[in-house]
Structures are given as structure tokens and as C-alpha cells.
Design a protein around this ligand. Structure first.
Ligand code: SF4
Ligand code: SF4
Ligand code: SF4
Length: 272
């Protein structure tokens, strides 16, 4: 049973968040929301430990579809970065601000970019494309993320400064338009660069939060140098070009690791 400690710990963490928010905000939704997400993620980790081939994809679909369809389209919550700015400006610690605090700002100190590997509804679709491992070397255009990050902030700030009416409706429409644009750009880039995760590497504004926080992540892939035979297999299967044989926090593209565990699964020596 010892090997199942990780899904158990994940479930306890999410249940703690669920119960705390439920009681402090007096809203049953938080109990349901974080319990569902925690159960989905723990179930996926459990499947991974059982060596189920599609464990990660199952979690991506369980969490990604829930957030996109239920929270986004049915509950009209803008869970994109614009929604985060919106709630931040209104001074309300609700929906997107809680989501960002847990999944993308403070959570990564614990579980790195697990969000990107297991829950993001953009990557949920991009990961179905044919270029699971990048065919071309990484490009030096990651600075684009700062432009999209600034654009999202300016967009919401402009709505408030211009005192636009019915901002909630605008945010819902922005959620739909934003997702269509993200999917379109993500798919075009994946085919152009022969890399499913090109959007994540160069465009996604959320990485402005995710990368620095995941630098300090408690949960990370480590290499046992005594077992490693430097075969290079792990580098050839990594979708994010991470050099996981380097254990330092400054490893090449270390803040890009999405904890997909492809390197771990493929290492012939069990060194990771
Ligand atoms: S980098 Fe952005 S688009 Fe990619 S998985 Fe992470 S949050 Fe989603
Ligand atoms: S293959 Fe390994 S190093 Fe690369 S993203 Fe996945 S878990 Fe991280
Ligand atoms: S796949 Fe394993 S043995 Fe090969 S280089 Fe990576 S860590 Fe070392």
C-alpha cells in the first residue's frame, strides 16, 4: 500500500482546500469543486502508479472538460487570465482568483506545473495532436508570453477605466473568444513548429506565473546518477525539452516540466 501515498496526500490536500473554502466562504460549491478536482487528480496518480497507459489523459479530460464546459460555459465563469484580473480588480476572492491562487500561483510551489500536465483544457486538446515530442529545436521566442500577459491585463484594465457596462457579460464573451483564439493559435503553432506544446512554450500568458513559482517546486523529477547510463532516452521523449538528468534547479528548461512522467516511464534503468 506504501506506493499509494502520493494520491492519498493529493486527496487530503484538495479536501483540506475544499473544506476550508466551503466553511470560510459558506458556499457548498467549493466543497464540490475542489473535491471533484482532487478526486480526479488522485485517481489519475493512482492509475499512473498502476502503470495505466492513459492515466494522464484521463485526468486531463476529467478536469479540463469540467472546467471548460461546466465552470466556463454553463456557470459563465471566466477562468482564463482575464477572469483572474477581473476578480482581482473587483477585490473579490472568488472563482478565477481562487483558481489561480491554488493552481497557478501558490500551488506550483508544491506541485510545479502539474496544472499544465493534468488539468489545462487548452493542452487537453493540443495533446491530441500528432507532435507529442518536438521534432525541431526550441525557438527563442518565449518573450511573446509577456506580450499576451500584458495584453490580457490591459484589456481588463481598459474595461474598468472606460466604465464599460455589463462587464460580467463581456467577460463571458471574452472567455469564449479567448478559448477559440487559444485553440486556433495552439493548433496552427503545433503544426507549424511540429510541436504540440509550442503554444505552452511561447505564447501562454499563464506561464508568467507558472515558471518562476515552479522553480521552487517541492515535487520534481530527479535523476539517480548512480543508475543513469546517459543513454539520452529521457530527453528524446520529453515534450518540454527538459534536461532531467541535471538535478539542479537551474537544469535546462527546468521550469517547463509539466510532470507528465514520460521520461520516468521510458528510462530503461529506472533512474528517474
Ligand atoms: S502553458 Fe498554458 S496552455 Fe500550456 S498547459 Fe500550461 S496553462 Fe495550459
Ligand atoms: S518528460 Fe519528464 S522532464 Fe519532461 S515534462 Fe515530462 S516529467 Fe517533465
Ligand atoms: S533515460 Fe534514464 S538512463 Fe537514460 S539518460 Fe535518462 S535518466 Fe539516464
Amino acid at each position: 500500500m506504501k506506493k499509494y501515498w502520493l494520491p492519498a496526500v493529493m486527496l487530503v490536500i484538495f479536501e483540506t482546500v475544499a473544506v476550508t473554502l466551503w466553511l470560510t466562504k459558506d458556499n457548498l460549491f467549493y466543497l464540490f469543486n475542489f473535491s471533484y478536482i482532487g478526486l480526479s487528480i488522485s485517481f489519475g496518480v493512482f492509475l499512473f502508479i498502476r502503470k495505466h497507459k492513459h492515466a494522464r489523459r484521463i485526468v486531463q479530460l476529467l478536469v479540463g472538460l469540467y472546467m471548460l464546459i461546466y465552470l466556463g460555459l454553463i456557470c459563465s465563469e471566466n477562468m482564463q487570465i482575464e477572469g483572474f484580473w477581473y476578480y482581482l480588480f473587483t477585490g473579490v476572492f472568488e472563482a478565477a482568483t481562487i483558481h489561480y491562487a491554488v493552481a497557478k500561483i501558490f500551488g506550483p510551489l508544491l506541485f510545479g506545473r502539474g496544472w499544465c500536465g493534468y488539468a489545462c483544457w487548452t493542452a487537453m486538446v493540443l495533446d491530441f495532436l500528432p507532435y507529442k515530442v518536438p521534432e525541431k529545436p526550441r525557438k527563442k521566442i518565449g518573450w511573446i508570453r509577456y506580450i499576451t500577459f500584458a495584453a490580457s491585463l490591459i484589456f481588463v484594465a481598459a474595461l474598468f477605466l472606460s466604465k464599460a457596462g455589463n462587464i460580467e457579460r463581456i467577460m463571458f464573451l471574452a472567455f469564449i473568444a479567448g478559448n477559440i483564439i487559444y485553440y486556433a493559435v495552439g493548433i496552427i503553432l503545433a503544426y507549424a513548429f511540429k510541436d504540440n506544446r509550442a503554444f505552452c512554450k511561447y505564447i501562454c500568458p499563464v506561464t508568467v506565473f507558472l515558471k518562476p513559482m515552479s522553480y521552487f517546486s517541492l515535487l520534481r523529477v530527479k535523476c539517480d546518477n548512480d543508475k543513469c547510463i546517459s543513454c539520452g532516452k529521457c530527453k528524446t521523449v520529453c515534450p518540454m525539452n527538459v534536461d532531467m538528468t541535471d538535478n539542479s534547479r537551474k537544469r535546462a528548461n527546468g521550469t517547463e516540466c509539466i510532470l507528465c512522467m514520460e521520461c520516468v516511464r521510458n528510462c530503461p534503468r529506472g533512474a528517474l
